[in-house]
Design a protein around this ligand. Structure first.
Ligand SMILES: Cc1cc2nc3c(=O)[nH]c(=O)nc-3n(C[C@H](O)[C@H](O)[C@H](O)COP(=O)(O)OP(=O)(O)OC[C@H]3O[C@@H](n4cnc5c(N)ncnc54)[C@H](O)[C@@H]3O)c2cc1C
Length: 511
């Protein structure tokens, strides 16, 4: 390792890998980022088709302060790289009984809207109490989970050293043993509003009935930090990070599949490309799915250990990209078209492992915010339905046509889009199998690992490998988890841990 910083390979140019590359390069390391695909950004990909432009993966950007912190690492202002527009109301919600409500950022305004929506049930007060719990859980998450390389509770809370009343209070207030769905329903006594709030756990591809209460913190983050649209689409986030990484001296190599790591005496010495080329590095940050990193890139006993462990993939999904010749004026930029029964829906997706018969559809209709997505007057409508992760008997080439019809029928029935088929002029789609093949994920999972388990469900493989020295992990299947802000935080944590270890090693070398 040189005094100028270590040499670092980043495997994967998803948002987590790009964030890690930026932070490592800003701290003076010599970074090369490899991605097997021809584009950078991983799931934050873009589709151009006959004058329409679709974000293919993430569409809802929250907690932009994570991005700000990454740009600040290099002394840059995020606003010089990205034009972010705040969206409020955040989502329009269409329920199966024909009613609708807008999720607003302001908690008091939302509480009043809830009281008007479901009179006599005290839902507004219940929502305020829920948001208070959510804010407190966020505070605890900030203290123990965020911006640090955590793998389990013992990594973050030194039970023996810190077992004072304050720590005990914090641990107890994590509400271990309670689920997100239970916490919501204890405060908000209207099934439709509870269903709306359940959907924060869909940001992490997990069932609200199986997820630990600490994930309620997402509701606070969205209310406090807002929902944002980067002009040019979420694709612009990947492009901004790639620009920053390049300006900081990182090299980006696309069409470069990494087949394995060179490991000697449990320490990383380099990467081996599928082409057979071997390149030496002091450190590696893997943005490939963490379980597949251990199984396929590390291999040996460590790989076998991870192959035997019972990790549950998060959900997968089907996306329809519909170029419409006419916009719908009654939808917002982000919309949820809810299923008839959340318990039935989540039971199908997360327990039975089959697509739900009456699914919730998430819609992005960005043309009103960004007319460049479609020819004049048209809409680049994006429809996402969560499905189970891939099971051996799932053949989406057979399953897709019938499920597409289920989705279209749902939009006609519940979203007021009776004439949608007449408006479609361009149509493409993405299935769980496509997601699996394009991004090298675990069983087609969109959001890495599920956060199921009311006690330890929030924990993921840590960012500093305990098994292989010099290996760091970033991305949706590593701590702190999936979604744009969390994977970028994960990249920051991985690069920060690498930097701290390199500095400690340099100090040892000179002493
Ligand atoms: C349809 C869809 C909708 C979503 N909606 C939202 C949303 O609205 N809001 C939100 O916040 N999040 C959303 N997400 C989740 C979000 O996109 C992900 O959590 C995040 O983008 C994942 O980033 P990542 O860093 O884990 O890497 P990924 O995007 O998974 O990228 C990993 C990269 O690594 C590359 N790679 C893997 N293995 C290798 C290898 N061996 N060699 C070289 N390259 C390799 C892959 O090619 C890929 O480019 C959505 C995802 C999808 C698919």
């Amino acid at each position: 390792m040189s005094a100028q910083g270590s040499s670092v390979a980043v495997i994967g140019g998803g948002l987590g890998g790009l964030a890690a590359a930026c932070v490592a390069a800003a701290r003076g390391h010599k970074v090369t980022l490899y991605d097997k695909n021809a584009w950078i950004g991983g799931k934050a990909a873009v589709l151009h088709e006959d004058g329409f432009r679709f974000d293919m993966g993430p569409t809802i950007l929250t907690v932009p302060r994570v991005l700000e912190r990454i740009f600040a690492e290099a002394g840059r202002n995020l606003s010089d790289y990205l034009d972010l527009v705040r969206l409020d109301p955040q989502w329009r919600c269409f329920f199966d009984d024909g009613t609708q409500i807008d999720l607003q950022e302001n908690i008091d305004a939302m509480a009043s809207a809830m009281d008007r929506f479901a009179p006599g049930k005290n839902t507004g007060e219940g929502y305020k109490r829920f948001q208070e719990i959510s804010a407190h859980l966020h505070e605890i998450s900030n203290k123990f989970f965020f911006w640090k390389p955590v793998e389990d509770l013992f990594d973050t809370i030194n039970i023996r050293a810190n077992m004072n009343p304050g720590t005990l209070r914090d641990v107890l207030s994590l509400r271990m043993g309670s689920s997100v769905a239970g916490t919501i329903r204890s405060k908000v006594k209207d099934e439709r509003l509870a269903q709306m709030l359940d959907h924060f756990t869909q940001y992490v591809g997990s069932s609200p009935y199986g997820s630990p209460a600490v994930l309620c913190a997402i509701a606070h983050m969205q209310a406090a930090d807002g929902v944002w649209y980067p002009m040019g689409g979420t694709r612009a986030v990947a492009e901004a990070l790639a620009k920053l990484a390049t300006e900081l001296g990182a090299t980006i190599r696309t069409d470069s599949d990494i087949a394995s790591l060179k490991i000697v005496n449990n320490a990383v010495e380099g990467v081996v490309l599928a082409s057979g080329e071997t390149v030496a590095y002091d450190n590696v940050i893997s943005n490939m799915d963490s379980i597949r990193t251990y199984r396929e890139l590390v291999g040996g006993e460590v790989g076998e250990h991870y192959a035997k462990k019972d990790f549950e993939p998060a959900c997968s999904g089907v996306v329809l990209y519909l170029g419409l010749n006419k916009r719908y004026d009654h939808v917002l930029h982000h919309d949820f078209v809810f299923s008839r029964d959340p318990e039935e829906e989540f039971d199908y997706i997360y327990r039975r492992g089959e697509p739900a018969p009456d699914p919730t559809c998430y819609l992005a209709a960005p043309a009103a915010t960004d007319p460049s997505v479609a020819p004049e007057g048209g809409e680049a409508l994006y429809v996402l339905v969560h499905t189970p992760y891939l099971r051996p008997h799932h053949d989406w080439s057979q399953m897709f046509p019938a499920y597409r019809q289920v989705i279209i029928d749902k939009l006609k029935r519940t979203a007021g889009m009776a004439d949608i088929e007449e408006r479609i002029v361009v149509e493409r789609h993405l299935t769980p199998q496509d997601i699996h093949d394009r991004y090298k994920v675990l069983n087609g999972a969109i959001y890495g690992l599920a956060s199921h388990g009311k006690f330890m469900g929030a924990f993921k493989p840590g960012n500093r490998s305990r098994q292989v020295q010099g290996l760091y992990l970033a991305g949706g299947a590593a701590h702190p988890g999936p979604g744009m802000p969390m994977v970028m935080m994960s990249g920051w944590i991985a690069a920060d841990a690498l930097d701290a270890d390199s500095k400690a090693e340099n100090l040892r070398d000179v002493s």
